[in-house]
Design a protein. Sequence first.
Length: 280
Amino acid sequence: MKKIAWVTDSTSTLDSAFAEQNHIYIVPLRIVFGEECYRETEEISSDMFYAKLEASSRSSSSQPPIGEFIELYESLQGEYDEIITIHCSTALSGTLHTSMQAAEIAGVKVTAIDSRAGAYPLREMIMQGLEWQKQGCSPSEIKANIEQMIDNMSFYLIPASLQNLHRSGRVTGTQLIISQLLKIHLLLRFEEGKVVVNEKIRTFRRTKERMLDMLKKDMEKVKHVCIMHANNHEEAHTIKQQITELLPRLKTEIMPFIPVVSIHAGAGTIGLCWIRSDKA
């Protein structure tokens, strides 16, 4: 069996020990507060991040520098027979393109996959990809299977801050003004890797209900659902309890959002994600 390396970024939320055991190499995105820059998940704790997010007037994120990818690919050359590189959505970040460009400069052939997401679904794609690898699937077969997972993915967000989303270009100025005037909550969803407005709803309670309605529509094809939050533990546990009461057979998981999501959507943001399966 060929030896395969996986290259991804910190939006995958993978545990570093698990990554090391499974030949997964994680290149961290950058978190920027004013003139200060931190490697996500490596140089800034969750508590430190949210304290700085609240205090800072200027916060942003950036993709890893190409040199870091080049160095990584050069170190992998000769050690592995194949390399699969899978990153956060190309519609939201240039990380995958930078990774592919670095591989070309290093003279390394890679099988590249656009996850069209990040966080929980990206983690699941890699975890399932490892299972297919153990079954003897080739990188091209693994890519085809992961792309089927992407087509079956549902990912919804209730952002806490439309101001942050407007600054990052995810929400238009008109949407921002209308939502502020009418106190409208947005239910967002991932579509073809982009974050789009699914519905505009007057109350948070109803917005949350609509998100759970989407899950109920898929309940026959879902085994596992992930509740994600940006420093909003209380609401995440409330939603978990609601799902348990509505759909007791579903396995539920609570996952903190990585800092990059909180930078753009704001502390307090809630998300819900599941991947449909014909075998559910």
